[in-house]
Design a protein around this ligand. Structure first.
Ligand SMILES: NC(=O)c1ccc[n+]([C@@H]2O[C@H](COP(=O)([O-])OP(=O)(O)OC[C@H]3O[C@@H](n4cnc5c(N)ncnc54)[C@H](OP(=O)(O)O)[C@@H]3O)[C@@H](O)[C@H]2O)c1
Length: 266
């Protein structure tokens, strides 16, 4: 199997939202899948549907990527030379709203462990194998939140800033090594998924035109990776926001974001 551009893709956080949309889009292209998340029942339903509808092979791995042993297990699968994954989508992510101190250290560390630690570990596992085969692709999911500090989501935006700088740095290393392996960092803006509800983010007042469906985000990301781009920010409004952020001092950005967030809750 694996008749698409990519033979087999490992997608983390495939049980809902953007990760599920990645799995569906890749299956439609004929790509076999390894889907990872904590909710094995949801992954099982997805796997059965994609195997039936798209005729691809789907391997299910139930894992909590904030748990050391689970992460090691998924890293081993990512690096495996048998039934190798030539595309790895590090999509699983978590945001928790609220002040840093009040949200508690468990919430802060869960975001760091999932958004940063697991992503770095799995990127390393993927690249170790891809360097040997000389080909492959990695999509790391960041956020437009990574372009500026975010009071009320300080750990989340900082974790996503890490993902951007990490991805661009590794991409340049690969370019300097004349590697054919590609790495692209995806920075979605507001996307209709379970993310906001899970993290307690209040989205009342955010205009509809600022929202994307996950399918559109995924389509842009796969095109960006396929054409060798190292950064993908879907949506003109998000690209303008990301560029504007570069012209404004971070101290001012923090004030502006705090003000805008109050507006959304109004
Ligand atoms: N939605 C947005 O507006 C938006 C904007 C910018 C960036 N993003 C980023 O997009 C990515 C996907 O989020 P989404 O919007 O699709 O949210 P979502 O619908 O909440 O999906 C998150 C996925 O991550 C998995 N996950 C959560 N904790 C996990 C853990 N400890 N171990 C393994 N898997 C875990 C969840 O599955 P289980 O619960 O089954 O484990 C789920 O499949 C995230 O990195 C997020 O930061 C989202």
């Amino acid at each position: 199997m694996g008749t698409g551009k990519w033979s087999r893709a490992l997608v983390t956080g495939a049980s809902s939202g953007i990760g599920k949309a990645f799995a569906e889009a890749l299956a439609r292209q004929g790509t076999d899948l390894v889907v990872v998340a904590r909710d094995e029942a949801r992954l099982g339903e997805l796997a059965a549907r994609l195997e039936h509808d798209a005729g691809v092979g789907v391997e299910v791995i139930g894992a909590d990527l904030t748990v050391v042993e689970d992460l090691a297990r998924v890293a081993a699968r990512t690096a495996a030379g048998t039934d190798p994954c030539d595309l790895v989508v590090n999509n699983a992510g978590l945001g928790v709203s609220g002040s840093f101190v009040d949200a508690g250290h468990e919430a802060a560390m869960a975001q760091v462990d999932l958004n940063v630690r697991a992503l770095v570990r799995l990127t390393h596992a993927a690249l170790s194998r891809m360097r040997t085969s000389g080909e492959g692709g990695i999509l790391n999911v960041s956020s437009t939140a990574g372009f500026f500090p975010s009071p009320g989501g300080a750990v989340y935006s900082a974790s996503k800033a890490f993902v951007i700088n990490f991805g661009l740095g590794v991409a340049e290393e690969l370019r300097m090594q004349d590697s054919a392996v590609r790495i692209c960092t995806l920075c979605p803006g507001f996307t209709r998924t379970e993310f906001q509800a899970r993290g307690g983010f209040v989205t009342d007042g955010i205009p509809g035109f600022l929202w994307h469906d996950a399918d559109i985000v995924v389509r842009e990301a796969l095109t960006a990776l396929g054409t060798g781009r190292t950064l993908c920010v879907p949506g003109v409004h998000n690209r303008v926001g990301a560029m504007a952020a570069q012209a404004v001092p971070r101290t001012v950005q923090a004030r502006l974001i705090a003000g805008m967030s109050r507006g959304f809750r109004a």
